[in-house]
Design a protein around this ligand. Sequence first.
Ligand code: HEC
Length: 122
Amino acid sequence: MKKTILIALTLSAFIFACKEDSKEDIKPTDNSGCDTTFVPSYASKVQPILNDFCVGCHSSNNATAGIALDNYNSSKNNSTKLIPAITHPTGLPNNKKMPPGGKLKECDIVTIQRWVNSGFPE
Ligand code: HEC
């Protein structure tokens, strides 16, 4: 009987140890579970998101609401409007929530926030 308990204890210790290990294998993340190991430069990380979800309505040729998001300078200069537009803070009117009728993936939002907070790496 004692032996069985010992074996059970040893086994569960093992299982626990494995779980702990696999946690450490995962890349460091912030609270929302997004990969935050990379430098979020405009060219490598931000522009692809804006191209996919925003530039259709916010290009230099067709700057809806005066907002062009197809180049570095304009995206940077509009960042104070851009962040609320994608994070949807309480009280933001629905017509200001972007993209219209939807929301970016949480990790894409985190990437754009990190870009702004890191001083807009180009
Ligand atoms: C289908 C077209 C469309 C797409 C796609 C779109 N927008 Fe907009 N956007 C609009 C329109 C229309 C307005 C004007 C809303 C208003 O003020 O009534 C607007 C306004 C804005 C504004 C100004 C908000 C303010 O405070 O006045 C920002 C910033 C913005 N969009 C960012 C984005 C971002 C970032 C994306 C991509 C995640 C995006 N938009 C995608 C149509 C679009």
